[in-house]
Design a protein around this ligand. Structure first.
Ligand SMILES: [Zn+2]
Length: 75
C-alpha cells in the first residue's frame, strides 16, 4: 500500500489532539528545573541511541556518521 492511500487524520483533528495533550501536560505544573531535567534526559537518550546503541537498524543508519566524526570506533 502506498503512503498516499493511507487515510490521514484531518488537520483539525490533529490540532485538537495536540491541544488536549498540552492541556494534560500543563495540569501537571512542571517546574523549570523539571523541564530542564526532562530535556537533558531526552537528549541523553537520543545521543546514546545515535552513538552507542547496538540495535541494528539504528546502528546501521548512523554508521557513516559515526565514522565521519571519527570519535567512536564501532569495529
Ligand atoms: Zn563502523
Amino acid at each position: 500500500m502506498r503512503d498516499r492511500d493511507v487515510p490521514q487524520p484531518s488537520a483539525r483533528r490533529q490540532f485538537k489532539y495536540i491541544r488536549r495533550q498540552l492541556r494534560i501536560f500543563r495540569r501537571h505544573h512542571v517546574s523549570t528545573l523539571q523541564q530542564g531535567l526532562i530535556l537533558i534526559a531526552a537528549c541523553t537518550i537520543v545521543l546514546y541511541s545515535v552513538f552507542f546503541t547496538n540495535v541494528l537498524a539504528i546502528h546501521d543508519f548512523f554508521h557513516e556518521l559515526r565514522h565521519a566524526l571519527g570519535i567512536i570506533p564501532c569495529h
